[in-house]
Design a protein around this ligand. Structure first.
Ligand SMILES: C[S@@+](CC[C@H](N)C(=O)[O-])C[C@H]1O[C@@H](n2cnc3c(N)ncnc32)[C@H](O)[C@@H]1O
Length: 228
């Protein structure tokens, strides 16, 4: 999974986020699932954005762009780059950011591939609620962190969050959604995603890793990119 060819499983993980699904996303995921199933409210993750966002930011897997729209930026005219396997998300996010006077650059690509954009290095890179959509074990998904470390500036930060599948204290709704999303819908790949594996994978690419678990969600910030 380290090559730049996008697999069908990667495509499946991003394909759901078409215009119709994105229209329901803020209510279905950010309002309901985040709070009731994963027990990690969107406002908690918005705080994580506010604490880590820079004025030169790359957002991987922006979805509807809700966080980028509502975030507090440290500079008046932030330079934002969006990256996603599904261009529909970047279109929706671009439209939303127009309301804040921000015109992001866009880059279509998978988080598992090298990031070929001339806009870097970035002082912050986020992948929020993305890794549980990405196929593979933590060792395989860790390739993403090595690619991200290459585009984070020396003093920059890589932050985000991901729903844990293994060893997490899921309530009945969370268990049912994980089974559905990992099973017939194929939009999650987090059955074996545990906290220790995530920590080790981040550690391989960054010198300092801060991790908190909120509900069943691992919320992380990693600094000191290792240049491999
Ligand atoms: C669950 S949504 C998260 C959206 C938003 N970041 C949030 O926190 O609400 C997952 C996002 O990751 C994108 N995505 C899924 N797999 C991807 C991959 N392999 N490479 C890049 N983006 C991917 C999806 O298209 C979507 O925008």
């Amino acid at each position: 999974m380290s090559g730049s060819e996008v697999t069908q499983a990667e495509k499946d993980g991003a394909a759901l986020y078409n215009r119709a699904a994105l229209a329901l996303y803020d209510t279905g995921v950010l309002r309901l699932s985040n709070t009731l199933a994963w027990r990690c409210p969107a406002e908690r993750l918005l705080e994580h954005y506010d604490a880590n966002l820079s004025g030169r930011h790359l957002d991987i897997g922006p979805g509807t762009g809700w966080y980028l729209q509502h975030a507090t930026y440290p500079t008046q005219s932030p330079e934002i780059t969006l990256m996603d396997l599904n261009p529909a998300t970047m279109k929706v996010t671009t439209n939303r950011l127009a309301g804040r006077g921000i015109t992001p650059a866009t880059h279509t690509g998978s988080i598992l591939a090298p990031i070929n954009t001339d806009r870097g290095p970035f002082d912050s890179v986020a992948a929020n609620f993305v890794m549980h959509c990405v196929p593979g074990t933590w060792q395989e998904k860790g390739v993403a962190f090595a690619h991200i470390a290459k585009v984070v500036s020396d003093d920059g930060v890589f932050f985000g969050s991901t729903i844990l599948g293994k060893g997490a204290d899921h309530n009945p709704l969370g268990k049912a959604l994980c089974a559905l999303y990992n099973g017939p819908l194929k939009i999650f790949h987090n059955r074996d995603d545990d906290l220790a594996g995530l920590d080790a994978a981040l550690d391989a690419a960054f010198e300092h890793v801060d991790m908190t678990v909120v509900g069943t969600v691992a919320v992380f910030a990693a600094r000191g990119p290792r240049r491999q």
